[in-house]
Design a protein around this ligand. Structure first.
Ligand SMILES: [Zn+2]
Length: 392
């Protein structure tokens, strides 16, 4: 035994080397195992609805005209962004998300020589991550959702460039249905297609006159236009906003109210029923569409701009329409509408009261109600555009 010891340091070093090699190999096997192979990806897709989104890292960089903050995610996530001028913060909330291990050690850090001074990430409860970006002298901010890998990118511009890089120039107003497709119909024969065309024409006039913006109607007469064509009109004209105008219907005659939709997973069963009815003009390819929507929904990104537009419109409806014509404000909802899924700009769909309800049908017949409804939609659009110009 005594003879053995003088050799032992070398002996141990050898073993240490072998052990290190082993661990290095083991960990690299683990890595390749986790990141390769299609079966694993499939499994991940199936599970992704339940597994929380992991916030892997937060990076920042400075470019000539902007500061960019990148939030790396394990997959797409629903998020909201709000700005708090009092505390000079932009806050991002990620739903169903957790802070990943590498980030746990570096949740809060200061940034030097940039518009963003400090970045703080916080686990709020079990499944929400709050990220606060403290700024000094900020102009506008612009979120951007990128894939491969999934990440949320935020660009921050200095105050002198406060004007948004895009200006709302063209608005597409989409009167639902038309021609062979009457849409909803009241007991006495008033059709959705004629009501929404009238409201849309009124809305077009208001926007052109008061905002001096270009307005394109997807139809300006009683003609059938496919849902696909409606979205093509908006996309090919590079519209900046898309407003689809509809009126609602329900088998329950006492159901009433006004609601504003944006693209997303159906908020509830009735929202899905409304989307099904409005999508009914799609005969061919409906299955494809639904498959595509599921794929889209997997990503579950909230289109922030559509959400904002929907809220501005909902508020304007409450203030300008419901104040005069009392009815429930059914609020902002999500549902997989074809026209909202395939338009490439902020897009909403308004359901302006129920043709199936006796009181609301009477309103929908009157010019004064239609004008008021158009005014309310106009105010929503105007307030949204004003908020962009204010860099809110
Ligand atoms: Zn409709």
């Amino acid at each position: 035994m005594k003879n053995y010891w003088p050799r032992s340091p070398l002996f141990f070093l050898k073993w240490l080397g072998i052990a290190c090699l082993f661990f290095a190999c083991a960990s690299s096997f683990a890595q390749t195992g986790a990141s390769s192979g299609e079966p694993l990806l499939l499994a991940r897709n199936k599970k992704s609805a339940k597994a929380p989104v992991v916030v892997k890292s937060i990076r920042h960089s400075r470019k000539a005209d902007k500061t960019r903050v990148v939030i790396d995610l394990s997959r797409s996530a629903a998020y909201t962004i709000s700005r708090h001028p009092a505390s000079q913060q932009v806050r991002i909330q990620l739903a169903k998300a957790v802070i990943g291990k590498p980030l746990k050690h570096r949740r809060n850090f200061s940034v030097k020589g940039s518009l963003i001074r400090r970045i703080e990430a916080r686990q709020d409860g079990k499944n929400r991550v709050d990220i606060a970006l403290t700024y000094s002298g900020l102009g506008m901010h612009k979120p951007l959702v990128l894939k491969h890998p999934d990440r949320l990118v935020l660009d921050f511009y200095p105050p002198e460039r406060a004007a948004p890089p895009f200006e709302i120039q063209t608005i597409v107003v989409d009167p639902g249905h038309g021609g062979k497709d009457p849409g909803a119909m009241s007991k006495s024969g008033l059709t959705e297609k004629e009501v929404v065309l009238d409201v849309s024409r009124r809305l077009k006039k208001l926007i052109e006159k008061r905002l001096k913006k270009k307005v394109i109607l997807t139809r300006n007469r009683d003609v059938f236009i496919s849902l696909k064509k409606r979205t093509r009109i908006a996309n090919e004209n590079r519209a900046d906003l898309f407003i689809s105008v509809h009126v609602n219907s329900s088998p329950r005659r006492n159901t009433k109210g006004i609601e504003v939709y944006l693209m997303g997973r159906a908020s509830n069963r009735r929202a899905l029923a409304v989307a099904r009815r409005e999508n009914a003009a799609m005969h061919d390819g409906l299955r494809n569409f639904q498959e595509m929507i599921l794929d889209d929904l997997e990503r579950e990104f909230t289109k922030n701009a559509s959400l904002e537009l929907a809220h501005f419109t909902n508020d304007a409806i409450k203030k300008n329409l419901i104040s005069k014509y009392p009815t429930p404000a059914l609020g902002v909802k999500k549902a997989p509408f074809f026209v909202l899924a395939h338009t490439e700009m902020p897009a909403i769909l308004a359901e302006l009261s129920f043709l199936s309800n006796r009181v609301e049908e009477k309103r929908l017949r009157s010019k004064s109600y239609r004008q008021r409804a158009a005014e309310a939609l106009f105010k929503g659009i105007k307030n949204y555009i004003d908020s962009l110009n204010a860099g809110l």
